[in-house]
Design a protein around this ligand. Sequence first.
Ligand SMILES: CSCCC(=O)C(=O)COP(=O)(O)O
Ligand SMILES: [Mg+2]
Length: 245
Amino acid sequence: MSAPALAPPPVGAVLTDIEGTTSSIAFVKEVLFPFAERALDGFLDAHAADPEVAACLTAVRRAAPGEEPRAVLRRWMAEDSKAAPLKTLQGLIWASGYTGGEVTGHLWPDVAPCLRAWHRAGIRLNVYSSGSVAAQKLLFGHSSAGDLTGLFGDFFDTAMGGKREAASYAAIAEKLARPPGDILFLSDVAEELDAAARAGYAVCQLVRAEDGTQPSGRHPVAADFPAVAATFGLPVPRLSQGEAA
Ligand SMILES: CSCCC(=O)C(=O)COP(=O)(O)O
Ligand SMILES: [Mg+2]
């Protein structure tokens, strides 16, 4: 007789990535990034002296001495660099798009019902993205499912360290005052999951067909958030037709 499959240990908190996990890669690459690229010059012309913008430009000059900061920012955009000054500036630029109604934060239809059910069940929800904390709050605050910011406890960006470094996840667990094994990290990127797993987290790879994500073979996979819930013993809400993936 074969041994019964062991249930995974209960999850007390979820830490979720955004691009490729809660939201489509196409939204980030085809809506958000081009919006920031188009608006960059006008934004810098109007705001270069604002303290937060000036600090970003100083950081760009320090990172690429002798180069024109706008050219550096455009190169970083083309490379999808996760450099902090670029991410901060993108967030500041997106603010006008979200608040003016030009941009709505994309969420896969299965995401909000699960987040609400997990929150109701007392699971602490948190975000970790390369996008700045301000940009994360904009996306969830102006999302296709309404303002979801109240569901989240903490938002983390690369101020905690890179997403492919185990130390970042250890630092986040400390901030959340939880043992790493109590936290489930959700991402589409295998290297991020590797790092979180090294720090002791439970992990799950989101393999969303529409994004063309390939399973790494190194981690549990889920096609959507209800599949995450089923695998890790979290509440599974009943989805209406439009919310099913
Ligand atoms: C906060 S929304 C914009 C996402 C972004 O700028 C990005 O670089 C994607 O990073 P993620 O870590 O969410 O994959
Ligand atoms: Mg991602």
